[in-house]
Design a protein around this ligand. Structure first.
Ligand code: NCD
Length: 319
């Protein structure tokens, strides 16, 4: 489907737009995706088939590893009756191995599909791809920058479990410097009133200057003191992420930390613990059964519903 002249903001109209950054969305645009995602959820849970994307082909190409984002985009297209062309590991299996540029590869996929879902290790790669082709690009992660469909599913999860997106204290625990999931959550939740943000990290991994605003607080600590710090802040949301070793020079292990049942014992029963996954060792598995842990129970499933909604909106199959 040809894309509309790149009007950066969504502004109530998704059809034909690239999805590059959460900055394109207003709270009303988020709400539109959430209400369509709730309909998708009903459909999936009822095992109903759909022909919403019939006749459409979506190219899915990931230059970085992925389990959830890749599988849920693929599942989303197919559950809506569309088909996919899938490239995982294009550095080994496609002409990228011969040295083809991102722009050329995008033009090739454009010839065979109606939209492209792209994950790539470089900041700004999704925008470059969008500039190279006339079909919509879904940014599924551009290096340590953004991952908008993850942000959408994160906000949808918060709304589902806590019932609000405002008046929240959010603690980002891990690596706010490189972790695109934190960048997206921070940018999106900054658009709602009275939210306060705490970036809890070891020294050297603080949020980049260009992403900050006045509601953001650095809490640079020795991560051995994490439990005490969380007790002091008493956040409503503990948003946890792994230390992304692929973006860190030197030994990433020195930054490691752990949240365990002991950490949770001293915190309110009303909070939630989020993680986009994969988890390495930053949350112990005994936390998974705590009702406050929403990563397996809510986030991974919501990723499917959100991506179904986003695809159908951008491909113009729902008004
Ligand atoms: C995240 C990502 O790729 O940004 N994973 C995901 O999409 N579920 C987080 C990560 O890589 O750690």
């Amino acid at each position: 489907m040809p894309k509309v002249d790149s009007n950066y903001r969504i502004n109530g109209s998704f059809k034909g737009k690239d999805i590059i950054s959460v900055d394109q969305f207003s709270p009303k645009d988020f709400q539109k995706v959430f209400s369509e995602a709730s309909k998708m959820k009903k459909q999936v849970l009822a095992h109903k088939s759909s022909t919403l994307l019939s006749g459409l082909v979506v190219g899915i190409i990931f230059y970085e590893p992925s389990t959830r984002t890749f599988s849920s985009f693929s599942s989303a297209v197919k559950r809506l009756g569309g088909i996919t062309i899938e490239h995982q590991n294009p550095l080994q299996t496609s002409s990228v191995a011969k040295g083809e540029t991102l722009e050329d590869t995008m033009k090739v996929l454009e010839a065979y599909s109606d939209a492209i879902v792209l994950r790539h290790p470089e900041v700004g790669s999704a925008k470059r791809a969008a500039d190279a082709v006339d079909i919509p690009i879904f940014n599924a992660g551009d290096g340590p920058n953004q991952h908008p469909s993850q942000t959408l599913l994160d906000l949808y999860t918060i709304l589902e479990v806590l019932g609000r997106l405002n008046n929240l204290k959010i603690a980002f625990v891990g690596d706010p410097l490189h972790y695109r999931v934190f960048h997206g959550q921070f940018a999106a939740l900054s658009g709602y009133s009275n939210n306060q943000f705490y970036g809890i990290s070891p020294k050297g991994l603080e949020m980049p200057k260009e992403y900050r605003n006045k509601d953001y607080n650095d809490v640079t600590i020795d991560m051995k003191n994490l439990d005490k710090t969380l007790q002091e802040i008493q956040p409503d949301i503990i948003s946890v992420g792994r230390i992304p070793k692929e973006y860190i020079q030197g030994d990433a292990k020195k930054y490691s930390f752990t949240i365990n049942v002991g950490t949770l014992k001293k915190l309110s029963s009303k909070i939630i613990i989020m993680h986009p996954l994969p988890r390495i060792d930053e949350i112990t598995t005994d936390v998974d059964n705590d009702p406050r842990a929403v990563y397996f129970k809510h986030q991974i499933r919501n990723g499917l519903y959100i991506r179904m909604a986003l695809l159908a909106l951008v491909l113009g199959r729902i008004p």
